[in-house]
Write a protein of this length. Structure first.
Ligand SMILES: Cc1cc2nc3c(=O)[nH]c(=O)nc-3n(C[C@H](O)[C@H](O)[C@H](O)COP(=O)(O)OP(=O)(O)OC[C@H]3O[C@@H](n4cnc5c(N)ncnc54)[C@H](O)[C@@H]3O)c2cc1C
Length: 456
């Protein structure tokens, strides 16, 4: 049992699971009341800024630009205690959570904000052989794998025929589109004799191929037709091969098989194909494995228990669940804190109202799409690109992080070399280049899975 010692009788205890956008905003706001004590539980000791994972994966930003220590972030709140633990189960009725480390935490209020994880939709081989992009660890592993492929192909050009420079991205939503655009920028920089080309001057990077595969009918399906067409046109012009109406049937150690029968040799498959709520037992889940909530963000039938952000199905004005976005998470975190403070004051809670500021996606240098506000005023190209940089810098947690990220972006924009190209995870170099033939010869062979290498 992990509970602190004596405390004033009127102090209320709020236990928050997850220090992401939702949990952190809730913690900060509720802790402004000195009569409240907060315990924030997270399996990482940092907040990770997921929208910029793909920039870490493509060496544009370093990990320290997008991960922020939770204790430092909350240093001004002495009534918040951060614990590095993994929550494995919940008892809703007693508002108690149990951790993998054997501890339990019970609060007057329990806030569930554990976010999402990759959903592989039972695609054979996807867990073992793809790179998801849902944690900092994932992003760093992917960066090392990309660098490992460049290094391997540079040392032995014949590996290009075995797929060393083929990169397959599964899912053409914002994450997959942004990732493809970043790859396309690397290819562009080769054409302009910049960045990666300067470092890998002996590597025929013109042979690199980037595939963006999606079972749906469009790139960026949540955006307008005009934005979809702009994104498709821009990516195609920059060399990305887009395969729509196409499912990934199976992923192997050295290939991916598509529903139209195409087999692409590749050692780097990036999974941006879907997400589900983080797995914690003891919860009744609804659509997307998420927790359905009432209008005031409480879990039905259990007053004092809230679910927020990506972890929850929060209804919008039209009754449909709101999308998994940073802005939904932030606003629900603040609103939950407000409702807890109302409850502590003996007042009724209020129904959550989401202020829709719009959606945006980066497609590459000077190219982005933005649909601003509830009425989706459309902007694309360089203006949307500038807006994207501004919005994401503003969302970063500390002033120093904002300045550093801006400096990195400016450096990139004006053609500076990416120097965060240290291959620090040597396991990503370990590739069996004869996989297909050996796989047929010895089916009992059990290689270490990508999931084991990249568990985070
Ligand atoms: C690659 C990517 C790109 C994205 N791009 C954008 C974008 O451009 N714009 C946008 O608005 N949104 C974007 N999103 C979505 C946005 O990042 C999420 O909606 C937002 O992070 C959700 O916040 P959250 O607090 O609900 O969850 P998270 O931010 O995921 O935080 C959950 C926290 O819970 C912790 N946790 C999970 N399980 C446990 C456990 N069992 N025990 C203890 N702790 C646990 C995690 O460590 C994490 O710190 C993107 C997401 C991804 C993955």
């Amino acid at each position: 049992m992990t509970e602190s010692a004596a405390e004033p009788k009127n102090t209320k205890h709020v236990v928050i699971v997850g220090g992401g956008f939702a949990g952190l905003h809730c913690a900060r706001k509720v802790a402004a009341d000195p009569n409240i004590r907060v315990t924030l539980l997270d399996k990482h000791n940092y907040q990770q800024f997921q929208p910029l994972f793909y920039q870490v994966a493509t060496s544009l930003l370093s990990a320290s630009n997008i991960a922020f220590n939770l204790r430092s972030t909350l240093i001004r709140h002495p009534n918040v205690d951060v614990k590095l633990v993994e929550v494995v189960s919940v008892d809703l009725n007693s508002r108690t959570v149990h951790t993998a480390q054997g501890a339990q935490y019970q609060g007057d209020y329990l806030v569930l904000a554990a976010g999402s994880e990759a959903n592989f939709f039972n695609t054979p081989g996807a867990v073992e052989h793809t790179y998801p992009l849902y944690s900092l660890h994932n992003a760093e592993s992917l960066r090392s794998r990309i660098l490992a492929m460049l290094e391997s192909a540079d040392a032995d050009h014949s590996l290009i025929d075995k797929g060393a420079l083929n990169f397959v991205i599964v899912g053409a939503g914002p994450t997959g589109t942004e990732m493809s655009g970043a790859f396309a920028d690397v290819l562009q920089s080769w054409k302009q004799r910049k960045a990666v080309h300067k470092a890998f001057w002996d590597l025929p990077l013109d042979r690199a191929q980037v595939y963006l595969v999606d079972a749906g009918h469009a790139v960026l399906s949540a955006f307008s037709t005009k934005a979809q067409e702009y994104a498709t046109r821009t990516l195609t012009q920059r060399g990305v091969q887009i395969r729509l109406h196409t499912k990934v049937e199976e992923v192997g150690d050295g290939h991916v098989t598509l529903s139209d029968g195409t087999r692409i040799l590749t050692r780097t498959v990036i999974w941006a194909g879907g997400l589900k709520a983080s797995s914690i037992s003891g919860l009744k889940t609804g659509r997307g494995g998420r927790i359905d909530v009432e209008a005031d963000l409480t879990v039905p039938g259990v007053p004092g228990v809230y679910a927020l952000g990506d972890f929850a199905n929060i209804s919008g004005k039209d009754g449909q669940p709101l999308p998994q976005l940073g802005s939904v998470a932030q606003q629900s975190g603040n609103w939950c804190a407000k409702n807890i403070l109302l409850d502590v004051a003996g007042k009724p809670s209020e129904a959550f109202r989401y202020l829709d500021k719009g959606i945006m996606a980066m497609i590459g240098r000077d190219a982005a799409v933005a649909e601003v506000g509830e009425h989706r005023h459309e902007v694309e190209g360089a203006i949307a690109f500038a807006a994207w940089l501004g919005v994401h810098a503003a969302l970063l947690t500390s002033t120093m992080a904002k300045i550093e990220a801006f400096m990195e972006w400016a450096w990139w924009y004006f053609g500076g070399a990416r120097d965060d190209i240290v291959l620090d995870r040597s396991e990503e170099l370990q590739v069996n280049w004869n996989e297909d033939t050996e796989e047929m010869a010895d089916v009992s062979k059990q290689p270490q899975t990508a999931g084991q290498r990249r568990s985070a």
